[in-house]
Design a protein around this ligand. Structure first.
Ligand SMILES: [Zn+2]
Length: 300
């Protein structure tokens, strides 16, 4: 048995995963947003509750977080829930839980979960993408999460959108200080903002997708721009990594037509006469985060 935890901006979810990847217990607590000490305490309580539920102690714990742990400083960075940034989160939590923990970025957890027993099971190289309030990515090669010296493997959300058109320069401002990042175009809020610039109305990504399906012209056009940009952005990933499967997770990944439309657009930008990379929705949906975190401890 092992514990997987998904530390999100609004809630912290945890599971106990047993043999055959069965979920034996599941618990959820609200995230004490902006309060680092309270976040640590909430995690400790969650672990205690999960262990009580399965009558076990000192289980291995894996945690998916926004951002990443710097291998140089050991401090957290790149978190959109910024109370973690600059903190020795791993050391602090290990001290409280009195055990070694494993940490990974939430997009890494998605990639790992889907490569283990999800949409990309059996694939040699998997690129996992979160298209949600932000845009993240993770890479799994032959079952192993790729982790480099900068702890940013697969992070493509803050690359510039490739081959920008005139109207896409310099692009929207990003919280990271750059302009025209992939995230500013391809996150849920990015899609909403693009639609608002063209159509003059603020709609959620879900609502744009719903209206596009009902053949509302402005929403359909916004979704088509989104799909073309996603095709461009993923083509650069295919050119570098050549993954067998690209798995999409996060709120925007629920738009079904992406899986048919986006590969049509990436063809023009991939340096190959044919593209056999498959684009698939995450099989475990919102549970990919907790499952991937549990998979940070491989089965013996
Ligand atoms: Zn950025």
């Amino acid at each position: 048995m092992r514990i997987g935890i998904d530390l999100g901006g609004t809630k912290i979810e945890g599971i106990v995963m047993g043999e055959g990847a069965r979920i034996l217990a599941r618990e959820r607590v609200p995230t004490p947003a902006g309060d680092y000490g309270a976040t640590l305490s909430a995690l400790v309580v969650l672990v205690q509750r999960l262990e009580q539920a399965v009558d076990a102690r000192a289980l291995p714990v894996g945690i998916g977080t926004p951002g990443a742990v710097s291998r140089i400083s050991g401090l957290m960075k790149n978190c959109n829930s910024t109370c973690l940034n600059g903190r020795p989160f791993r050391q602090d939590l290990e001290a409280r839980l009195q055990r070694e923990i494993r940490l990974a970025n939430d997009a890494d957890c998605l990639a790992l979960s889907e490569a283990q027993d999800g949409a990309a099971a059996g694939a040699a190289t998997v690129f996992g993408v979160i298209l949600g309030t932000g845009v993240g990515g993770g890479i799994v090669v032959r079952g192993q999460l790729l982790a480099g010296p900068n702890a940013i493997a697969g992070e493509w959300g803050h690359n510039p959108l490739p081959a920008p058109r005139e109207a896409e320069r310099p692009g929207p401002r990003c919280y990271c200080g750059r302009q025209g990042c992939v995230e500013t175009w391809l996150s849920g809020p990015g899609l909403s903002a693009d639609h608002a610039r063209y159509a003059g109305v603020e709609l959620s990504a879900d609502e744009i997708a719903r209206r596009a399906q009902a053949h509302e012209a402005a929403s359909l056009a916004s979704l088509q721009r989104y799909e073309e940009r996603l095709g461009r952005a993923l083509a650069t990933v295919i050119n570098v990594l050549d993954p067998d499967v690209i798995v999409l997770g996060g709120g925007v990944s629920r738009i079904e037509r992406l899986y048919e439309q986006v590969p049509r657009y990436w063809r023009a930008h991939v340096f190959s006469d044919r593209v056999d990379t498959r684009l698939l929705p995450a099989r475990h949906g919102d549970s990919s985060g907790v499952r991937g975190a549990a998979w940070l401890w491989p089965t013996p």
